[in-house]
Design a protein around this ligand. Structure first.
Ligand SMILES: [Zn+2]
Ligand SMILES: [Zn+2]
Length: 112
């Protein structure tokens, strides 16, 4: 029913990455997407375990779920300094173990 009228919409900002079809309502949203999606930059550092996240809300979520704390605004600030990140990233995650056979879904076996 509602047809797309260009006059009713803001000018969309296309992603500056060549070949990326995404468009954004604001330039800052585009830049954030560009950094995360194309530069793989994650600036939000968890000061409690050293894990990094691309988005502030993801870091906040992580703190609430994993550390059971409400992060302060200070803790939610993006961390752009490599050295500071390295300082917090001292906690090494345990090496990933091969999945135990009993944890594998049985559906795969039912195909035989
Ligand atoms: Zn893009
Ligand atoms: Zn953490």
């Amino acid at each position: 029913m509602v047809s797309k009228s260009p006059n009713l919409f803001q000018v969309m900002v296309p992603c500056q990455h060549k070949g990326c079809p995404q468009t954004f309502t604001t330039k800052s949203a585009m830049r954030l997407h560009y950094r995360v999606a194309h530069l793989n930059l994650k600036e939000y550092l968890c000061r409690h375990c050293g894990e990094v996240f691309a988005y502030k809300r993801v870091l906040r979520n992580h703190c609430e779920k994993v550390h059971k704390i409400l992060p302060t605004e200070e803790e939610l600030k993006p961390c752009k300094d490599e050295q500071e990140r390295a300082k917090y990233a001292r906690v090494e995650p345990p090496p990933k173990q091969a999945p135990r056979p009993e944890l594998r879904p049985t559906i795969a076996q039912a195909e035989f």
